[in-house]
Design a protein. Structure first.
Length: 444
């Protein structure tokens, strides 16, 4: 069959690569894709003639273009990478045309697209999470913040309700910071409508763990959520967790400190109540979910749901998949997920991300990426492209950096240390002007 992956990042390259491994998959289209999906075996990017790539999938007109493309090409299955098309209802529109697509519908996508909705859902169904309250009135939010800092030394977490491309969560150390953030979100409209409501949440200590999972819940039926191996993102730009937040500087899977006791606690306190809540709300949720956890002393609290796979977690998790990803997608859609054998390879993956000089501020672009194929082959690592395009106008087609996060080197090892060593050997086999990366992925 032919499949379509929607998105243009490293997660989408990893999904496209994994889908292409399936004997049942003949072609993987990526819309709009990147330089990685342009060059991966069996994969192709949608043609430029489809129009503005940034509008595809996220506007109704763009979704119509994709629907036409899927129908013309006879694509049997579509998988959505990022949250925005899901929040903009792409799944409902594809299904209305009778097309098979993996992802939650617009209603269920509010678990990520609205923090107010998702925190209310957690409270209603007893999902263990940080204590919080929702506010639409700036004066009331400020008076809550004043009371909070009266009684506590800990920071206050301020979350804008809507999608804000990673800019919607502020950890305010004191009242002055909280006041300026509330005023910027709620009064000045710095995030547009996304910031007009906020969630104020207690600060939790611990280590973060990401659990990605497959979900198959349909109205009136009994649902299933099957978790993947655990993963960890490393959000700060510099080693030791220092510096500004980024889209993710690298990931590992599985997480050595996510113990069997913590996993059991996650299933009881978070996964099961989430599933019960989805069933009780009558959601049609056939896709992936991401549980962002804070774990301390083997006790898990939920920080957030994302209604998709994580980036860059997917680049570390999918190379451990010992199952057919296209088969998993079909099982999610046809209600046979419970019986699907979700097996994982032994060992570990480390996937550090190489970024462009200056990132996450303004950064260099357009630099050619050179690759020592023989040295890379020795490591067995796979390069997942995030922000690079294939320059076909060059005398010899070349990948050129086009984004802040350029690529991840995803290496398997018998254990975490071996994976780490191979991943960094793989990065050593690559270069582009201004290439930078953290050295402590998996060791923070
Ligand atoms: P979220 O989008 O809700 O996951 O928040 C983004 C990031 O902010 C998380 O990955 C955490 O690093 C941090 N964060 C969010 N909520 C909390 C909290 N209640 N306590 C501590 N850190 C948090
Ligand atoms: N790695 C966090 C995310 O995908 O949002």
């Amino acid at each position: 069959m032919k499949v379509l992956v929607i998105g243009s990042g490293g997660r989408e390259h990893a999904m496209a690569w994994n889908l292409a491994q399936s004997a049942n998959v003949e072609t993987v289209w990526a819309a709009p894709g990147n330089g990685g999906t342009a060059t991966e075996a069996k994969c192709k990017n949608t043609p430029a003639s489809l129009g503005d790539p940034s509008a595809l999938a996220v506007t109704e007109a763009g979704q119509d273009v994709l629907i036409g493309f899927v129908q013309r090409e006879g694509i049997a299955l579509t998988v959505v990478g990022p949250e925005l098309p899901l929040a903009e209802g792409i799944v409902d529109r594809f299904r209305a045309e009778g097309l098979a697509i993996v992802g939650p519908g617009k209603e269920a996508a509010r678990l990520e697209a609205s923090k107010v909705f998702s925190k209310s859902f957690m409270r209603k169904y007893g999902v263990r999470a940080a204590g919080s309250e929702n506010f639409t009135n700036p004066a009331e939010a400020l008076s809550y913040a004043k009371k909070y800092f009266d009684g506590k030394q800990a920071p206050l977490v301020i979350k804008a309700d809507g999608l804000a491309a990673g800019k919607g969560v502020v950890i305010a150390a004191d009242l002055a910071e909280a006041e300026s953030c509330l005023s910027s979100f709620m009064k000045d409209g710095s995030l547009g409508a996304a910031g007009s409501s906020v969630v104020l949440e207690e600060f939790l200590e611990g280590k973060e763990v990401s659990v990605l999972a497959a979900v198959s819940v349909q109205p009136g039926g009994k649902g299933v959520i099957k978790p993947f191996v655990s993963a960890r993102d490393h959000k700060r730009r510099f080693d030791g967790g220092q510096g500004p937040n980024t889209g993710g500087m690298g990931s590992i899977a599985p997480v050595p400190d996510f113990t069997p006791i913590a996993q059991k606690d996650f299933e009881t306190a978070i996964l099961r109540p989430t599933l019960r809540g989805m069933e009780a709300e009558g959601m049609d949720y056939r896709g992936f979910i991401f549980f962002g956890l804070m774990v301390k002393d083997d006790r898990c609290s939920l920080l957030e749901y994302n209604v998709r796979l994580g980036d860059p977690e997917t680049q570390a998790v999918l190379p451990l998949a010992d199952f057919d990803f296209a088969g998993l997608c079909s099982a999610i859609l046809d209600g046979t997920l419970a019986a699907f054998p979700l097996n994982w390879k032994p060992g570990a993956v480390c996937a550090p991300v190489a970024v462009a000089d200056g990132y996450p501020g303004s950064y260099r672009k357009g630099d050619p990426i050179t690759l020592n194929e023989a040295a890379l082959a020795k490591t067995g690592a796979r390069i997942f492209i995030a922000g690079a395009r294939l320059d076909e106008a060059a005398a010899v087609p070349v990948l050129r950096s086009s984004g802040g996060r350029v690529l991840a080197a995803s290496a398997w090892g018998a254990d975490a240390d071996q994976a780490w060593t191979k991943a960094y050997e793989a990065l050593g086999a690559l270069s582009f002007a201004g290439m930078a990366y953290r050295k402590d992925i998996g060791r923070e």
